[in-house]
Write a protein that binds this ligand. Structure first.
Ligand code: ADP
Length: 457
């Protein structure tokens, strides 16, 4: 095992990784921007290196500064968390060039998966079903022809896309040109790459993903699914495992496909295969996230496997102690608490958290970086905490999630807490019969009700 590891991130995920390092007896080195000088991850780490001003482009995203922080503190490895440089192949190469072990897949595999077009090609070659659509870079004209052929609605997607950016749903031919140029411009601004392709929009569909971990010796472990269909603007809000939509046979088919794909592409370390699941039980690959994911604790709760610890162990060259299908038990739900204002269309609302009292008690886990008195900086992600619960079955887990949410106090900034309570109480969520369109549909009903009642908003 390593003796010292750089944590190339901030916020709750930096705290999460530091915990895993400390449990393994490894020293953690934090990096921080000026805006994070008092942050929890900095205080928890054994050493901390200031790497630049608040803007992420000048700090957490600046490869030479992050590499220098690792080198000058004598680190042997780098854990990237998620976001920032976690899926940047140039960063992986920079680590390797500096004799630093990158805790994640090799640069070439990451590059192949980071480009959604080449990722889909690799999956097709591995006999994993993909969403019908164009098979390479697509012009607006070709997109129109393809849409006529596969039928509306279609989704325009940026090959470099992520976080729902560069994606547009197109319901009819006359909307296509405008949507195409908007999505391409958005992709160019966000990723410096405006390459687009077209997919059939599967609606209604569920977003179900499979967690995998692979070691450097050809062993693969699949850890079951996470159901992530509760989304706002393609951003996940509530995740759970197991998914109410999967039969044991369907689950095994997805895990087998993921395992086959891992072997075909030479995958290493932790990764997540995202699939869309149609109402008829058919599933289609949409992307492979070549990194740790926000919602990984849901899987940890059900399998008892610490995914971050396993990432560090396999990065250090150890063999997986369990392979095949990870045993699992019970039901877990994660709620993302974002500092966003429900009164203003959920715009990010950073600021001073005057009081934070997380839920406690049986079956509750809170991953966060905030405390009473924390100032949430405006420069980064708006997610401030993840509330994760576990119980024997789904009904008990929902009751526990509701109890824990009510126990959670965040004062000073508005949050998505009440929205989550509303979703948990809703009929579609309780029945388990929901899709990626459910949250928007619930909110539309809400808005009509408020308008009808003459309530001012
Ligand atoms: P990103 O990388 O931007 O997160 P993804 O490809 O992972 O984009 O898709 C994000 C979400 O968008 C999915 O969870 C799903 O809700 C929706 N989505 C993606 N592809 C399709 C599709 N072909 N049909 C319907 N919905 C889709």
């Amino acid at each position: 095992m390593f003796s010292r590891v750089l944590v190339a991130n901030r916020g709750e995920i930096a705290v999460r990784v530091i915990r895993a390092l400390h449990e393994l007896g490894v020293e953690a080195v934090a990096i921080y921007s000026t805006a994070d000088k008092d942050a929890l991850h900095v205080r928890m780490a054994d050493h901390a290196v200031h790497i630049g001003p608040p803007s992420a482009a000048e700090s957490y995203l600046r490869i030479p500064s992050v590499i220098a922080a690792a080198n000058t503190t004598g680190c042997e490895a780098v854990h990237p968390g998620y976001g920032f440089l976690a899926e940047n192949p140039a960063f992986v190469e920079a680590c390797v060039d500096n004799d630093l072990v990158f805790v994640g897949p090799p640069a070439d595999v990451m590059a192949m998966m980071g480009d959604k077009i080449s990722a889909k090609q690799a999956m097709r070659a591995a006999d994993v079903p993909t969403v019908p659509g164009t098979e390479g870079a697509t012009t607006a004209e070709a997109a129109r022809a393809a849409a006529e052929e596969i039928g509306f609605p279609v989704l325009l997607k940026a090959t470099a896309g992520g976080g729902g950016k560069g994606m547009r749903l197109v319901r009819a031919a006359e909307e296509l040109d405008d949507a195409f140029s908007m999505a391409a411009n958005e992709a160019d601004a966000a990723f410096g790459d405006s390459t687009m392709y077209v997919e059939k929009a599967l609606v209604p569909a569920r977003h179900v993903e499979i967690q995998v971990i692979c070691d450097n010796h050809g062993n693969v472990l699949t850890l079951g699914e996470r159901e992530c269909s509760i989304q706002r603007r393609h951003q996940k809000l509530i995740e759970e495992s197991p998914s109410a939509a999967l039969t044991p046979e369907a689950r095994e088919a997805m895990e087998t496909a993921a395992e086959r794909a891992c072997r075909a592409v030479g995958y290493r370390n932790a990764g997540t295969f995202e699939f869309l699941l149609g109402p008829d039980g058919s599933f289609y690959f949409i992307e492979l996230n070549a990194r740790l994911q926000v919602e990984h604790p849901v899987t940890e709760m059900c399998t008892g496997i610490d995914i971050v610890r396993e990432q560090l162990l396999v990065a250090a060259g150890e063999r997986l102690s369990v392979t095949g299908r990870a045993p699992r038990r019970g039901h877990s739900i994660e709620i993302r608490l974002n500092a966003e204002d429900p009164e203003h269309d959920f715009r990010p609302s950073p600021g001073l958290v005057s009081l934070f009292k997380p839920a406690e008690g049986p079956g509750v886990r809170v991953d966060t970086f905030i405390e009473s008195g924390t100032v949430i900086p405006p420069f980064y992600d708006s997610m401030i905490a993840k509330l994760v619960v576990w119980d024997n079955d789904r009904a008990a887990a929902i009751a526990r999630a509701e109890r824990a949410l009510r126990e959670t106090t965040v004062a000073g900034v508005p949050t998505t807490r009440d929205l989550a309570l509303e979703v948990l109480a809703s009929e579609p969520f309780r029945s388990g019969d929901y899709s990626t369109s459910t949250l928007d549909a619930l909110r539309a009903v809400d808005e009509r009700r408020l308008d009808g009642a003459g309530v001012q908003r």
